[in-house]
Write a protein that binds this ligand. Structure first.
Ligand SMILES: C[S@@+](CC[C@H](N)C(=O)[O-])C[C@H]1O[C@@H](n2cnc3c(N)ncnc32)[C@H](O)[C@@H]1O
Length: 405
């Protein structure tokens, strides 16, 4: 779709037409979009995300003003921090830890939040402040509260907000705690992904209020969920579409290196060898990965690439560091070699989860939902809360809570 807009000068009008055309920007959010220029919330140096000519290496506004503007008014996320600020230099760091989110995602989430004048909103993950400013424009600054864990990010956003005349309550702290002094909220928006919806967010939302969050199980692929809080303190609702967000800092997975699983041995050590007809390619798209995340527990994938051959090894590991599996993908074969080690047979779990999804007719995001009970138990479901999606570990196995990374 973006191609149709190529040739037009990079700017807010071009990006607006992309967002209107793909449906992310709704007419009720258009005035806020027009009043809050994205460029006012983007630092001079950032690493542009996927989807454009320039990707990866940082763009510096001073050196490349046109490339900078082109990227700012493209439908791409712009990474503004790697590795919690420890990374510097033009090359990308290891893990993105702050970004000005992809505009399509920002406006889809705002539409899902259904925030309107008269609402009081809490945002978790101030980031660059762009989304905060959009909320201020729509709801009025006194009705917007935003929490950011990283003091540097918070400071930068606060200045940008002030320069544009917005004065929300900005808090430096762990957004998983919410912000109790201003509760209850009509709307709570997470702009960092969660694998557990923090209980504070549920408690601080009024009955009938909405929580919108990118929810991503340990497997990694996430989707935006829209939860309605009930009188009894339960929060429940549907997923609306796939989403890729950086994690809430305190909920990062315990991802240990493969050598810790091999315990000093060379791969494949004494793992059990088998073959599978299920291609790692079939389980590698975002939607199946999201479903695998709902149906497995504490498992995460990683692809070890081998140059440009197209071949790779899919690694599966568990957070408890008890089990691992590998599947060798080769574009020229139809059966793939599997090794599994440890008490859990992780590839078998993934295969079973994929088979279950296939038996259900490969449902998309919108047929799934999530219920968070007042005691914090999370239950994903298919079509109805009465039809829970059971994960491998929820069917009898209990895994220890991983330490916070
Ligand atoms: C994708 S960025 C937010 C994008 C932002 N809404 C914007 O418009 O620019 C995610 C942000 O969440 C912050 N974050 C991560 N964990 C957090 C936590 N526990 N509490 C508050 N903020 C957190 C990160 O530091 C980062 O700035």
């Amino acid at each position: 779709m973006a191609e149709a807009h190529e040739g037009r000068e990079a700017g807010p009008a071009r990006l607006a037409s992309v967002l209107l055309e793909n449906g992310a920007l709704t007419s009720d959010w258009l005035p806020a979009y027009e009043a809050v220029p994205r460029e006012a919330f983007v630092p001079d140096v950032f690493w542009p995300g996927r989807g454009g000519a320039r990707q990866g290496r940082a763009i510096d506004r001073t050196a490349e003003p046109e490339a900078w503007r082109e990227a700012v008014y493209s439908d791409r996320s712009l990474t503004t921090q790697y590795d919690d600020g420890a990374h510097t230099g033009p090359e990308p760091g290891t893990s993105p830890s702050c970004s000005n989110s992809q505009p399509t995602m920002v406006f889809s989430m705002l539409a899902t939040l259904d925030a309107a004048p008269g609402h009081k909103a809490l945002e978790v993950g101030t980031g660059t402040g762009w989304c905060t400013a959009l909320l201020c424009e729509r709801l009025g600054s006194p009705h917007v509260f935003t929490v950011e864990v990283d003091p540097q990010n918070a400071q930068w956003a606060r200045q940008a907000l002030r320069r544009k005349g917005y004065a929300p309550t900005t808090v430096v702290g762990d957004g998983a705690e919410g912000y109790a002094p201003a509760a209850p909220y009509d709307r709570v928006l997470f702009t960092a992904s969660v694998r557990d919806v923090p209980q504070a967010a549920v408690r601080q939302t009024r009955p009938g209020g909405l929580i919108v969050a990118p929810y991503a199980p340990t497997y990694g692929a996430g989707a935006v969920v829209q939860l309605t809080v009930g009188e009894d303190g339960t929060a429940s609702g549907p997923f609306v579409g796939g989403a890729s967000f950086m994690r809430l800092r305190q909920q990062r997975s315990n991802r240990r290196h493969t050598r810790e699983y091999l315990a000093g041995n060379d791969w494949p050590a004494d793992a059990v060898r088998s073959r599978t007809a299920l291609s790692p390619e079939d389980v590698g798209d975002w939607l199946p990965m999201f479903v695998l995340g709902l149906r497995t527990s504490g498992v995460f994938p990683w692809a070890e690439q081998y140059g440009d051959t197209g071949a790779y090894t899919l690694w599966l590991r568990d957070e408890a560091v008890t089990s691992w599996a590998t599947v060798d993908y080769d574009p020229d074969v139809t059966e793939f070699v599997v090794y599994q080690d440890g008490p859990r047979h992780l590839w078998d779990e993934v295969e079973a989860a994929f088979a279950w999804w296939t038996e259900q007719g490969r449902p998309g995001y919108a047929r799934f939902g999530l219920t968070v009970a007042p005691d914090g138990i999370h239950t994903p479901w298919l079509d109805s809360p009465l039809n829970p999606v059971k994960a491998s570990a929820r069917e009898g196995l209990v895994w220890p809570t991983p330490p916070v990374a």
